[in-house]
Design a protein around this ligand. Structure first.
Ligand SMILES: [Zn+2]
Length: 270
């Protein structure tokens, strides 16, 4: 795993990126922060999700600002109705009027922005460097327990011939063990579903545990055959860095959502 990321600020809007993804040359990506928007969480917040406590106009303006900052203001943005499952959606060239329901998006189509929305859950981007297929994954504790990242890679394999060894993956800011206390339900499920749970779930003195979503997902990436040097991680806890990130846990549920987005650039033909 490599911890190598940067922050970029454009017109007051701040996002995190990985140089090793930018250097590919054909991918646009970003993990947004809370900085540089118009939403009231508490002020000037870059909330990118339609949720209670913010107006539709604010979210639209924030999304527009983000895409313009990234130079992809003309491209369609595909988001999901996320519901903490292991459901993987393949996005073709046709954009549906309604948001599909699921927690991972895959496409082989250039010019379409895949985005997932988070505030503590792990945002993961996948890039198949050989076949030029990309994915965005929402991995909270439920999705992680259902191995959503492995299911995404398997779906990429069955539909597009993706081999995990050809993929570069990035885990964005997510809540870490320092701030993520979990209860009996989570501990029981992890012990049952994930044999190597001791590597990322740390038991406390009583009934509680402390979960590292990043570690759990990185373990799954390695298990399926992604090379360690192709796994990038921001290694930043959303709850510890409240000035930069929305944290559902850290702010007791009343907060905005960030986005992790990825798009393949369109190849210009003569
Ligand atoms: Zn923390």
């Amino acid at each position: 795993m490599k911890v190598d990321y940067g922050f970029r600020e454009i017109g007051g809007l701040k996002y995190l990126y990985f140089p090793q993804i930018e250097e590919l040359g054909w991918v646009v990506h970003a993990f947004t922060t809370r900085v540089g928007g118009v939403s009231p969480f508490p002020a000037n917040a870059l909330n990118l999700s339609y949720l209670r406590g913010d107006s539709k106009e604010n979210v639209q303006l924030n999304r527009q600002r983000l895409l313009q900052a990234l130079g992809i203001g003309d491209c369609p943005l595909v988001t999901l109705n996320q519901f903490h499952t292991d459901r993987v959606i393949i996005q073709g060239s046709r954009i549906a009027a309604e948001e599909p329901s699921g927690d991972a998006l895959i496409t082989d189509q250039p010019g379409i922005i895949l985005a997932i929305q988070v505030a503590d859950c792990a945002p993961i981007l996948v890039i198949d460097r050989r076949n030029r297929v990309i994915a965005a994954v929402h991995a909270g504790w439920r999705g992680t327990a259902q191995r959503i990242v492995i299911k995404t890679l398997n779906t990429m394999k069955s539909h597009f011939g993706t081999m995990p060894a050809d993929c570069r993956l990035a885990v964005g800011p997510t809540i870490d063990r320092c701030c993520y206390e979990v209860g009996k339900e989570v501990i029981t499920l992890y012990k049952k579903n994930l044999p190597s749970w001791k590597d990322f779930l740390f038991l406390g003195s009583s009934d509680e545990g402390y979960l590292s979503l990043a570690k759990a997902n990185i373990q799954q990436m390695r298990e399926i055959g992604v090379a360690p040097e192709q796994i990038l991680s921001a290694d930043l806890c959303t709850s510890c860095h409240g000035e930069l990130f929305f944290s559902h846990r850290g702010e007791c549920g009343t907060t905005g959502r960030m986005m992790a987005l990825v798009m393949m650039k369109q190849v210009k033909t003569q």
